[in-house]
Design a protein around this ligand. Structure first.
Ligand SMILES: C[S@@+](CC[C@H](N)C(=O)[O-])C[C@H]1O[C@@H](n2cnc3c(N)ncnc32)[C@H](O)[C@@H]1O
Length: 775
């Protein structure tokens, strides 16, 4: 134990806490800890090298695949050169004279130690996320995580660059060392200027590597590519197919200067023809296999280019035709993909090709007609664990410039009915919370999840110029896609887009995520049908076209998530030219709480929709009810019938009814306010017995359902509520008209959520929301 009483380096206590709680805290995964435990864990994590290494390695592994791929793309030039070896930059040697050394255990959280220097060794591989991250160990064996804000490694940086700059084993001196509490609730040495981290010596001297594959024949290079491919090492395979192609091209050019041999030649075992040239077949197969490897890495544009090269050399090569089809399909060029598979089927009527042909044909139809059979997935015995594939669809909508709200919005081009499909969009990227909390204790969305999404996206935009352009057009904190209106063709399947040399720095991707990422909504199709109440599946993702939809607390559309595909249905009739709006947060709450939620979720705007305006105007009469509601909100006791707090809530609903009658409002306005305090009424129903005669003053449940539908049609909570009352009426043997009426209400909400469906399907959907609400 250190004399300050804080457990230090790998002490038994520190280790024990680590064992019990894992290293979750380090990367912002926030187990329920008391402040005391939190302090201990933070400190033991700070100093325990093995625990730190463990967490660091796990984090690196998580991103390993993506990074390798990213690095491969970024360093494509180096890969194609073959050696992949780059000179390390000269070691930066700067004197740290006149500064007194300080040890890790002497550092206090939040205190910058000016004039002091911490000598340490980089003991783990360095990597680059939004900040450079690595571990250092001081001379006494204490270790700490370091976050370096190095502006010279901008958004285009990769791990390779970060590792060259801060190599493992290097001796470093950290000036004015500063232990900081990071936003993800972990602790680290924070270096906010690269000047403050001085690399004193690079312990692993750079040795120029000699490429051992120099002089190896093309067939062996391709065989090595195949070996790596079969092991699942796609980047490795690509490297060798590339070596093979380059060697073949240069040796053939040497044989016949200025000419390309495109005729199929007889192949010897070393990949050469009898006249000493590399056989066309060897090169064609290298291209075709490289296309397959690019596919594995989701580099569909590169895969398409390579399959095209292979077919240029052998137009009949079945695998290349098939691979071309697969790449086109992934790029949502469904019509061309279908034609490719049809051509492949002429050569070989294989099952796999037939299925691919069918998939492309279905997606092509979906993208043109906007007809999707999601009810099959929702209601019928669906045997796959992942949902079927759905194509993107752009319905009767357009992006237009507008006043305010970030200058752009989505508008309908014609009158639209309730339940009409407005668009379907597949996520550019999604990250799942998987047991982690979506929100930190302060209510902000989990920064680690956001970082993961940023990382996935930064990797993705390198793979396709379409995805890159979609990203470039989205708003970030400072710029709203340059205030331009992108062509809808960029979001429509089967359309062409121009290749782009745009670059999106990491900082911009972060801004785009902050402004556009959609999170947990309680609107995941299957979970809804299973009757689970929100929150259900927890995720954060980015959907390109839906990113143009602005928020309203009285929205007119609903987003349904089927796997990673977002379906947007109209939840009210929308007139031609009207703006499409979505509720970004739970809107069955009073205005101030809705605004607080928007704030906490990092949306930096205040909603001033008509519903917010109404509540602002009624601020004075509603003030007391709102205050008391907020103070009772969130207590378990408030929703437990029989508890004093629950009864207070129920009485508050009666108070509100009294106010609403006296202020002199239209029914429509009364409904909006009731929806804002929906939970209060619900608790009123929970306390019917205790309210006695007063209960008559509560609106009927069907009025409350109508109120919810008026304010925010298609809210899943209203469906659960409507489903519950329907079941209750049926159990009580209510008369046919009452049951019919309740059924119609529930079916209407189902239509807002699941879209236009046959009445039989809607009835089955209503029945599937068979939840037990303890009323
Ligand atoms: C997902 S984007 C919506 C599209 C955005 N207006 C654009 O031009 O790209 C979210 C951003 O739009 C703006 N926004 C959305 N709804 C708004 C509202 N009701 N009032 C004001 N600004 C809004 C905010 O700047 C918000 O961060």
């Amino acid at each position: 134990m250190h004399k300050s009483g804080v457990p230090t380096v790998g002490t038994e206590l520190g280790r024990e806490i680590l064992m019990q709680l894992g290293t979750l805290q380090l990367y912002g995964m926030d187990p329920q800890l008391t402040p005391m435990e939190r302090g201990l864990v933070k400190y033991s994590l700070l100093m325990d090298k093995s625990g730190l290494m463990d967490a660091h390695m796990r984090f690196m592994k998580q991103f390993g695949e993506l990074e390798r791929d990213w690095q491969l793309t970024k360093d494509a030039a180096a890969v194609s050169k073959g050696s992949g070896v780059e000179a390390r930059p000269p070691v930066r040697k700067k004197a740290v004279e006149g500064m007194r050394a300080i040890r890790l255990v002497e550092l206090k959280v939040g205190k910058r130690n000016h004039g002091r220097v911490l000598y340490a060794t980089i003991c783990a591989d360095t990597f680059f996320l939004s900040l450079i991250q690595t571990l250092v160990e001081d001379d006494e064996g204490h270790a700490a995580r370091v976050m370096i804000d190095d502006a010279t490694l901008d958004g285009s940086a990769s791990w390779a660059k970060a590792q060259r700059r801060y190599p493992k084993g290097a001796k470093v001196a950290i000036k004015a060392p500063f232990l900081s509490d990071l936003p993800d609730e972990s602790i680290a040495l924070y270096v906010n200027s690269e000047e403050d981290l001085v690399v004193l010596s690079d312990s692993s001297p750079y040795v120029a590597e000699v490429d051992p594959w120099e002089g190896v024949d093309v067939a062996s290079l391709r065989a090595e590519g195949n070996r790596l491919f079969s092991k699942g090492d796609w980047p490795g395979a690509i490297e060798f197919y590339t070596k093979c192609i380059q060697k073949a091209t240069s040796s053939n050019q040497r044989k016949i200067p200025g000419s390309k041999n495109k005729k199929r030649g007889h192949s010897e075992s070393n990949g050469l023809t009898s006249n000493g040239k590399v056989s066309t077949e060897t090169v064609m197969l290298a291209y075709s296999n490289r296309a397959a490897a690019w596919m594995k890495l989701s580099h569909y544009e590169r895969a398409l280019a390579d399959a095209g090269e292979a077919l240029h050399l052998d137009p009949q090569h079945l695998k290349s035709i098939y691979r071309k089809g697969c790449a086109l399909h992934q790029m949502q060029q469904f019509e061309q993909a279908r034609d490719c598979f049809a051509m492949a089927l002429e050569h070989a009527p294989e099952k796999e090709i037939k299925l691919a042909h069918e998939r492309s044909s279905v997606c092509d139809q979906q993208s043109r007609l906007g007809v999707y059979d999601i009810h099959k997935y929702l209601l019928d015995d669906y045997d796959g664990s992942t949902p079927p594939e759905y194509s993107d669809y752009v319905g009767p909508v357009e992006i237009k410039l507008m006043e305010g709200k970030g200058k752009r919005g989505l508008f309908v081009t014609r009158d639209v009915e309730v339940g009409e499909l407005l668009l379907v969009s597949n996520a550019l990227a999604v990250v799942h919370a998987e047991g982690r909390r979506m929100f930190t204790s302060s209510g902000r969305s989990n920064a680690t999840l956001r970082d993961e999404l940023v990382f996935k996206l930064s990797n993705l935009v390198l793979k396709s110029s379409k995805w890159l352009q979609q990203m470039c057009n989205l708003a970030d904190c400072d710029c709203h896609g340059n205030g331009k209106v992108p062509s809808l063709e960029l979001f429509r399947p089967n359309s062409k887009w121009n290749s782009s040399k745009d670059d999106v720095p990491l900082a911009r991707i972060k801004g785009v995520v902050l402004q556009n990422a959609l999170g947990e909504s309680g609107s995941c199709a299957r979970a809804l049908v299973a009757g689970q109440q929100p929150p259900m599946r927890q995720f954060l993702g980015l959907w390109p076209l839906p990113s143009f939809i602005n928020h309203s607390c009285a929205s007119n559309s609903f987003r349904l998530h089927v796997g990673d595909t977002l379906f947007l249905h109209a939840s009210r009739p929308i007139e031609a030219g009207e703006e499409v709006t979505l509720a970004y947060v739970n809107t069955l709450l009073p205005r101030q709480m809705r605004h607080d939620l928007l704030d906490k979720d990092s949306w930096e705007f205040k909603c001033n929709c008509s519903r917010c305006e109404l509540e602002t105007n009624l601020c004075a009469p509603l003030k007391q009810v709102s205050r008391r509601f907020q103070s009772l909100w969130g207590y378990k006791e408030s929703v437990t019938p029989g508890q004093a707090e629950s009864f207070k809530m129920a009485k508050l609903a009666l108070n509100l009814e009294h106010i609403l009658k006296n202020v002199g409002l239209y029914l429509y306005e009364i409904q909006l306010i009731r929806a804002s305090f929906f939970i209060m009424y619900w608790i009123g129903y929970l306390n019917l017995d205790r309210l006695g005669d007063l209960a008559k003053r509560l609106p009927l449940p069907e009025n409350l359902i109508d109120a919810m539908t008026t304010a925010t049609p298609g809210d899943p909570m209203s469906l659960f509520f409507a489903g519950f009352w329907l079941k209750k009426f049926q159990e009580q043997g209510a008369n046919g008209a009452v049951i019919d009426d309740a059924q119609k209400r529930a079916m209407h909400i189902c239509r807002c959520i699941y879209g236009k469906q046959k009445s039989e399907v809607l009835k089955r959907l209503v029945k599937a929301h068979d939840v037990t609400i303890n009323v």
